[in-house]
Design a binder for this molecule. Structure first.
Ligand code: 4AD
Ligand code: MG
Length: 431
């Protein structure tokens, strides 16, 4: 078995070779502490003349930050700390000792500098930890769907029409078709696929030319859309609850080290239990106004409103039945009140806000045609989508989560730009 830091406990008392990088070095003269990482974790290597020999001491002195190297040595349990291991170094083999000073040092750097150096910043402990949690969320999502009769359907990225409103579309020239748009959500395509498979999901990059410069907005982000045939608004919320609970369970099983590195207080995460809180949009408006917000009854929740509301509760909140005028054309209206939709946004606690948007879909051909007209959309572009209401239509619902929003909440990251490897923002397209 090759040695990896994450399995260090299986190698106590053995001599192993670690392949990785030295991200820092402490000590001088008589003893050096090499801060090592290998991708799976972090570990300290101890170099002394007695244990490591003269040559290793000389090597250790020359190493600079981010040296790539192989280090051979003996694995020991840390004398005091539980579940921490260290290496008594026997041999150091540098691959490259950077001659130039590494741009990211221990001192404080501003966010713009760090984002300019994102390709290097990804190596730092906190950024490492965030990506590990993100990866667990991805895997837990696939696992939940695989266990619940969903199959993955890959929706297209180049599309002829808008899914979520025309003001936020990225346009590109597309041969003789004139214009194509980058997908905002694969939902409409999943609605086609459920008529073949019943339950489906997609997971991929989506694009929004949103002029929002908030801590919750990216222009490119990863969305998971799920869609279910024979599923109403109530069942839709159940799926969301189960999925979120499954994700939390897996992260709390697999990423305690990462959450510790991030200094994420896990007590609030452990407290979360289904069923989540449910409120109608109208109830929330009333509550927010009582809390001092000037939100109007027919408005979508603003970023500040979401923060205000979700700081008040320690459980996720479904806000359901929004006024139809602020929501997408495809949402089914509430038969008991035509002014509102059978939709819900799921808001994460501790001020994080919306992580999921979902709804029951309009499944009647005539009504759908009417909605497309009301939203000023061109029915010709939606001909294929209307076909779904012509041939064997069924009640159906679905939802989409923003991976960066969920990762932001679970890792306790204030701005979601840190939760995606290479963020795309209005004012940032590099690295
Ligand atoms: O609420 P949204 O716009 O819903 C849809 O796109 C539906 N078609 C999904 C569906 O029903 N299948 O987006 C879904 C989620 C939001 O709840 C939020 O988490 C995330 O996507 N999101 C963003 N994340 C980062 N940056 C942005 N600009 C985002 N816009 C939405
Ligand atoms: Mg939304």
């Amino acid at each position: 078995m090759t040695f990896k830091i994450k399995n260090a406990r299986d190698f106590v008392g053995k001599e192993v070779t670690l392949e990785g990088w030295m991200y820092n070095r402490r000590g001088s003269g008589k003893i050096y502490f090499l801060q090592l990482r290998d991708g799976t974790g972090f570990m300290q290597g101890i170099v002394t003349e007695n244990e490591s020999g003269k040559e290793s001491m000389e090597q250790a002195e020359k190493l600079t930050m981010e040296t790539s190297l192989r280090v051979t040595g003996l694995i020991n349990k840390h004398p005091k700390l539980e579940d921490v291991f260290e290496m008594v170094v026997k041999k150091i083999e540098p691959l490259q000792i950077p001659a130039e000073e590494y741009p990211i040092s221990k001192k404080e750097h501003g966010p713009e500098f760090l984002l300019d150096n994102r390709h290097l910043w990804l190596r730092s402990g906190k950024q490492w930890a965030i990506q590990r949690v993100r990866n667990t969320i991805i895997n837990a999502t696939y696992e939940y769907f695989a266990g619940n009769d969903f199959i993955k359907i890959d929706s297209p990225i180049l599309t002829p029409n808008a899914c979520e409103g025309t003001t936020e579309l990225f346009e590109i020239n597309y041969f003789d078709e004139d214009t194509a748009y980058l997908s905002q959500s694969g939902q409409l395509y999943l609605e086609a696929a459920i008529m073949s498979h019943g339950r489906v999901f997609d997971f991929g990059p989506v694009f929004r030319a949103e002029k929002s410069k908030t801590r919750r907005h990216l222009t490119e982000f990863w969305m998971m859309d799920a869609e279910m045939a024979y599923c109403d608004h109530e069942m839709n919320m159940k799926f969301q609850e189960e999925l979120v609970m499954h994700i939390l369970k897996r992260v709390l099983e697999k990423n305690l080290k990462e959450l510790e590195i991030l200094e994420r207080d896990i007590a609030p995460l452990k407290k979360i239990k289904a069923p989540f809180i449910r409120k109608t949009h109208a109830e929330v408006i009333k509550e927010l106004r009582e809390m001092g917000s000037d939100i109007q009854p027919n408005h979508d929740l603003g970023a500040d409103d979401e923060t205000l509301l979700t700081q008040k509760y320690d459980q996720p909140i479904f806000v359901e039945k929004y006024p139809a005028e602020v929501k997408a054309f495809y949402m089914k209206r509430d038969p008991e009140n035509e002014a509102v939709c059978l939709n819900c946004d799921l808001l994460a606690p501790e001020g994080y806000g919306e992580i999921i948007g979902g709804s029951q879909r309009e499944d009647d051909l005539e009504v759908m045609l009417k909605r497309i007209g009301e939203h000023g959309l061109d029915p010709k572009v939606f001909d294929w989508y209307l076909d779904l209401r012509k041939y064997g239509t069924v009640p159906h619902s679905g939802f989409g989560y923003g991976l960066e929003r969920i990762t932001g909440w679970i890792t306790g990251t204030h701005h979601i730009r840190e939760t995606i490897p290479f963020p795309r923002l209005i004012n940032r397209l590099r690295p």
